[in-house]
Design a binder for this molecule. Structure first.
Ligand code: NAD
Length: 479
């Protein structure tokens, strides 16, 4: 059974209960985790608070050395962690391995920043005084992560927190805790003082409220659904705890009539079907100019039907594993059914695979729809699975207006050879990211975060450190 890391010790839940973790390909149990209680949350936060003063005071170069060492430790367990991730999440093993390696890369990136936190010198009117700003760690961080990219989203919070001098309590999703726990144990073995990194496990419904409304917490870093984010904001207001929220998205892709259609269809397919479409930055609505619409739809449909083989996550030729849970598949099916009932045409997929090898898993094929009503669920809600609607537009004005007609604002993309069109899209799309002629991939070096109901605050880039530090002003007058 996996355990929790609290104050440097591997422990079970105080109530002694556990939660089974299941393989989405066949429903079989692949391990157990402790069913954490409010007392476990208390213990983890107490450990993080105790470790804070010494960790915050440690020179940045020393914190950086430990983080570099942690990256090496992470490299040593990449295969083991990737296997756990594929087993519990359902993604193909090769993709799980990339995700595990990204944790080490993220540690390296932020290790490089740990000794570069600095303030400013600010001249004041009075010549006998001057101002400076200094950066202080915000304190104890609670990081809550979802099941779709458990390792990436954990690292996005852990690494800047450590670099900034914060201590942390991580709570992974209860359906994908195993890879995170193993990765954390490897990272912690680099020699971090006890209590700097802690984990608690359990269902968000049971321990979430205690975690986010606890008076010891100085910052909550959350990734998950918009509705959960709204609840966290409310609960955080109790102690005026700062929050960063990385929430849902409904990312538009605009394909102009001068686009390289081969390139655009390849990007749309990876953008929509990677991780079985369970990505916050997935391409979720495609707006294609009338002149190239038939060509785009034919080529994209061809890719969706032929290139995205579904199957067991450990088979070498699998491009898409099962969806993560039954609820997840039911949701996507209901969204597709709603569109079809209201006149949408299914160009690819649209039905559960019938072959017996798929019977025990939550499989769903790459699905493409046209003629989708603009007020249907597929157009207005986040579709967190491998199904995408294509809308035909006459020009860029219409494409941008429709792309922005959503409560979300996470990623966005445009395919065009016209720099003026690309620039307009970059300036006018309501999103935290716009890719031009590229697929929706987030980079360590570039700040990442949403607008509107996709949340606020940045992960990645130097900007991520702003969420884990306070800028304090100091006035120095001659004595
Ligand atoms: P979720 O909101 O159901 O759960 C996320 C985490 O929150 C889990 O650890 C869960 O246990 C916990 N949680 C649930 N209720 C809680 C509560 N009341 N208090 C505190 N914690 C609670 O999200 P999910 O279904 O696991 O993830 C999918 C969602 O995440 C999608 O909407 C997706 O777009 C979004 N997402 C966003 C980003 C981003 O960077 N913007 C990245 C990945 C996923």
């Amino acid at each position: 059974m996996a355990q929790m890391l609290i104050g440097g010790q591997l422990v079970g839940a105080q109530g002694g209960k556990t939660i089974p973790v299941r393989n989405p390909a066949n429903g079989e149990s692949v391990g157990d985790i402790p069913r954490g209680t409010a007392s476990d949350v208390d213990a983890a936060l107490a450990a993080a608070a105790k470790a804070l003063p010494a960790w915050a005071a440690m020179p940045g170069t020393k914190r950086a050395q430990l983080m570099h060492q942690a990256a090496l430790k992470m490299h040593e367990v990449v295969d083991e962690v990737a296997k756990l991730l594929a087993l519990e999440q359902g993604k193909p093993l090769a993709h799980a391995k990339i995700e595990a390696e990204r944790v080490a890369e993220n540690l390296e990136y932020f290790a490089g920043l740990a000794d570069k936190l600095r303030g400013d010198y600010i001249p004041l009117d009075d010549p006998a005084k001057f101002g400076i700003t200094i950066r202080r760690p915000v304190g104890v961080v609670v990081a809550i992560t979802p099941w779709n990219f458990p390792l990436t989203l954990m690292a996005n919070k852990l690494c800047p927190a450590l670099a900034a001098g914060c201590t942390i309590v991580l709570k992974p999703a209860s359906t994908t805790p195993l890879a995170t726990q193993r990765a954390i144990e490897a990272i912690a073995s680099a020699g971090f003082p006890a209590g700097v990194i802690n984990t608690v496990h359990g269902s968000g419904g049971e321990i979430g409220d205690v975690l986010v409304s606890h008076p010891r917490v100085n910052k909550i870093a959350f990734t998950g659904q918009t509705e959960t984010g709204k609840r966290i904001m409310q609960l955080a207001s109790k102690n005026v705890t700062r929050v960063t929220l990385e929430l849902g998205g409904s990312d538009p892709m605009i394909v102009c009539d001068d686009a390289d259609i081969r390139r655009a269809t390849a990007a749309a397919a990876i953008g929509r079907f990677f991780n079985a479409g369970q990505a916050c930055l997935a391409v979720k609505r495609i707006f294609v100019f009338e002149k190239v619409a038939q060509e785009f739809m034919a080529k994209f449909t061809d890719r969706a039907s032929k290139e995205w083989k579904i199957g067991d996550q450990f088979a070498a030729d699998t491009k898409m594993g099962p969806l993560h849970t039954e609820t997840q598949r039911n949701e996507v099916e209901a969204q597709v059914a709603d569109a079809v009932k209201r006149g949408a045409k299914v160009l690819a997929g649209g039905e559960r695979p019938a072959a017996p090898e798929y019977a025990k898993g939550w499989y769903y094929p790459a699905t493409v729809l046209s003629d989708v009503p603009e007020d249907s669920r597929m157009a207005t809600e986040e579709v967190f699975g491998p199904a995408v609607p294509i809308f035909i537009v006459t020009d860029l004005d219409e494409a941008i207006a429709k792309a922005n007609a959503t409560v979300y604002g996470l990623g966005s993309s445009i395919f065009t050879k016209d720099m003026a069109k690309a620039r307009r899209a970059a300036e006018q799309l309501d999103a935290g990211y716009t890719w031009v002629n590229d697929i929706q991939v987030a980079y360590d070096q570039l700040p990442f975060g949403g607008v509107k109901q996709s949340g606020y605050g940045k992960e990645h880039g130097i900007e991520a450190l702003e969420g884990y530090t306070d800028k304090k002003s100091v006035v120095l007058a001659s004595g």
